[in-house]
Design a protein around this ligand. Structure first.
Ligand code: EPZ
Length: 424
């Protein structure tokens, strides 16, 4: 199993190009199931989760073609053709590897009137039920049973538009309902919908495929169902979480890094918080330069977009471990997303957990250690800690990183980090 070995203590300096967003690409790929015409997705990141979604769609009968981009720098071009779908079951073996597999439920049900999708179960960051997805689809007329660990959904007469009010914000439930409603009869209104940029991007792609959606970017989405959707050619936006992670790595090491091909407008709250913590951010529409002469403590609370994202909480904590003063970090989205805390503590961080909040008291130095993490964002926070720690850090279970960060060690090494992947 691969590990990442880091010799810490070097400020990052240079330029890094940001890849396509994993969490935008995954629902876009699932949306290919809505039509029998090809959907072309550009700037696709090379990531394990994208490969898993490809595997899932292929076993449904989707033909997938991958090509290198004409410009040689952006991500690959995927052409997905769901004309030959002959299987509406998403099996446990694939769904257990990646929860986002549940995003095929809405499209399959809307186009074929049936779907059988394994229940994803819990994961390292929490129990993560899918009850909002199921209740919403039921409101659109689906009949849903749970049978032997599977969601068995049918809509023999098609889905019918309805008013769905989410009791709290869910990215995945909004995406599943949006795709389902695109082909439902009549009008669907999704209230308290997620406003994450990946949701808006999915909605834009659906519109390009012929869907009628209003309110994109707001918490109320109104969808007038259409009979059929057609193909489209859509570019995956840059990954705001990769951007934030690398910005925090640059700041934590006291470096000077310019992140190219980014969308700083999707990170306003993150950059505001980083600024309060001492980072200097020069923002342009497609890039951001990050410097940080000194880190100072700041309070952070994760919230749905446009608040501070839970997917950057662990990285922000790593940055704050050496801050002057204390920081209170509160996780309000997931109940168990502090798996990085014991590992950061092993590297010398001073962190006390009180339920959903972590008190981080800045220390003068971290020291390298052998560490391991249980999820994607926790792993990258340990890489950031390794970059600032004195001595050698080994981050185990690198497969978590490969799910969501493309060539991370190459990108960091190009900015002067002493980092390498080792097979053990
Ligand atoms: C998406 O997960 C992202 N995944 C996550 O990114 C991200 O952390 C999360 O949104 C929050 O921003 C993808 O986009 C593929 P939710 P999702 O439904 O859709 C609870 C990463 O590191 N909930 O918004 O699964 C849930 O347990 C990943 O890239 C229910 O109770 O998240 C959580 O506490 C990890 N019932 C909260 O809502 C439901 O039916 C928000 O979850 C649905 C969700």
């Amino acid at each position: 199993m691969d590990s990442i070995r880091i010799q810490g203590g070097r400020p990052l300096k240079g330029e890094i190009r940001i890849g396509g967003a994993k969490n935008a690409a995954l629902p876009l790929m699932a949306a290919a199931l809505l039509t029998d015409k090809p959907l072309v997705l550009r700037n696709m990141p090379r990531l394990a989760d994208i490969a898993t979604m490809g595997q899932l769609l292929a076993q449904h009968g989707v033909a997938i073609d991958l090509a290198e981009p004409a410009d040689g720098v952006s991500g690959r071009v995927a052409t997905l053709n769901a004309a030959g779908v002959d299987n509406t079951t998403a099996p446990y073996d694939i769904v257990r590897k990646m929860r986002a597999s549940v995003l095929v439920l809405g499209p399959l049900l809307a186009r074929f009137g049936r779907a059988r999708v394994s229940l994803p179960g819990g994961c390292a960051i929490g129990t993560r039920p899918v009850d909002l997805h199921l209740k919403g689809l039921e409101q659109l007329g689906a009949e849903i049973e749970l049978n032997q660990g599977y969601i068995v959904a049918t809509a023999p007469n098609g889905l019918i538009g309805a008013d769905v009010v989410f009791p709290f914000v869910s990215v995945g439930a909004t995406e599943n309902l949006l795709t389902a409603a695109a082909l439902a009869k009549g009008t669907t209104r999704l209230r308290n919908a997620a406003r994450e940029p990946e949701v808006s991007d999915l909605a834009e792609c659906l519109v390009a495929m012929g869907a009628k959606i209003e309110g994109i970017g707001t918490d109320t989405l109104t969808i007038d169902g259409v009979e059929a959707l057609h193909g489209a050619d859509h570019e995956v936006p840059p990954d705001r979480i990769e951007t934030g992670s690398l910005a925090m790595a640059a700041a934590a090491t006291g470096g000077d890094v310019t992140l190219l091909g980014a969308r700083p407008d999707m990170l306003e709250q993150v950059f505001r918080t980083m600024g309060q913590a001492g980072a200097v951010l020069d923002v342009e529409p497609d890039r951001v330069r990050v410097r940080c002469p000194r880190v100072v403590g700041v309070d952070v609370m994760t919230e749905p977009y446009p608040g501070f994202p839970t997917d950057l909480q662990a990285q922000m904590m790593a940055m704050l471990t050496r801050a002057e003063g204390a920081s209170m970090i509160t996780e309000s989205i997931f109940e168990n997303r502090f798996m990085h805390v014991p590992e950061l503590t092993r590297m010398g961080a001073n962190i006390n957990l009180h339920s959903r909040s972590a008190m981080v008291r800045g220390v003068r130095r971290l020291t390298g250690a052998e560490v391991m993490a249980t999820d994607l964002r926790a792993s990258v926070s340990l890489v950031i800690a390794g970059l600032v720690a004195e001595g050698e850090t080994i981050v185990n279970r690198v497969y978590h990183l490969d799910r969501g960060y493309e060539r991370l060690e190459h990108k960091l090494a190009a900015c002067g980090a002493q980092i390498e992947r080792v097979s053990r």
